[in-house]
Write a protein that binds this ligand. Sequence first.
Ligand code: NAD
Length: 352
Amino acid sequence: MTIPMRIGVAGAGAIGRKHVELIEASPDCVVAGIADPSDEARAFAKAHRISCYSHHRQLLEQEKLDGMVIASPNALHLTMALDCVGHGVPALVEKPVTDTVASAQRLQRAVQRSGVPVLVGHHRRHNPMVKAARERIADGQLGRLTAVVGLWLLKKPDDYFDTAWRREPGGGPVLINLVHDIDNLRFICGEIVEVQALVSNKVRGFAVEDTAALLLKFANGAIGTLTGSDATPAPWSWELSSGENAAYPRQNQPCYLFAGTNGSLSLPTMELWSYRDQSGWSAPLARADVSAAVLDPLAEQLRHFRAVVAGSETPLISVEDAMGTLAVIEAVQEAARTGASVSPGQIMEQAA
Ligand SMILES: NC(=O)c1ccc[n+]([C@@H]2O[C@H](COP(=O)([O-])OP(=O)(O)OC[C@H]3O[C@@H](n4cnc5c(N)ncnc54)[C@H](O)[C@@H]3O)[C@@H](O)[C@H]2O)c1
């Protein structure tokens, strides 16, 4: 019988508790302890019969950890991940990898020096349909990719905004939600090299945006748009379209459209459209269902993390890769502020 892996969880809030439950449900690993200074986390740990520490370094020093999940507020990711690397403990860091590109660069250097693996929690990449879309585009099944449409349109409940930071810059759709879509689009279509952006707070009037429209240019020459709003009853968002999270009622609607010279693909509906014999706008279009397997991406992420800890797999989302997603977000923020076109590469250079 193999000894279960001992995994610590730093930050036991909304997503940290989900990680605890997934680890508890897995026969191959156990929760070695939680680090979180809040009374709620202490009560949660007690109910689950798990040791609780108020500081992540106590957890690192007092429990013999094989791996650590970091699910604390963004500003703490860097310190916690550096401490894990310093103790030789592989980490799964929730997204975004850190709060700034400059911090991500620091972490990247530490990972490179130490060789201790760090996986970043952009868990949607573990969804088989995201992997399938990436493979179909890479295989050239759509021909040359020309245009991409992404939508993230839904309505957050009014009491979501009772929490002060959600009304402030950084607490809105761009950093909290579109970061997932940007990461998905980078993974599926390749690097984003230029962005333009408009944001608006006209619905709620808070300091943070409620709506954003982005123009994206990809390294392969494709261009795209990503439009987001958290103030509209609509079915077109990864949350409602993918059925990935049972908390959101699934709608059979696409939220991404990928257009190529030989065909087009919708996601998560997974419809591949192409011509058979003749082509042209009056020729009949054939629709093929190219559905991929259904798998809980959070459970798959944990399986992958265990393999990363065991040394049999390398992180699907490295610190360097996740830093690319964060650089696009910082480019979007600068583009929205200045009205200029901004390259994520420029953001990386400025942060170095
Ligand atoms: N992958 C996803 O889909 C997803 C979803 C939600 C959140 N997240 C990410 O997970 C992280 C946490 O988000 P959340 O929504 O769970 O936030 P949350 O506010 O619900 O939880 C954060 C927890 O961290 C704890 N904490 C604060 N200071 C700490 C410290 N010094 N040491 C240890 N714990 C500390 C808090 O007490 C709280 O329990 C963020 O980075 C967020 O972006 C990812």
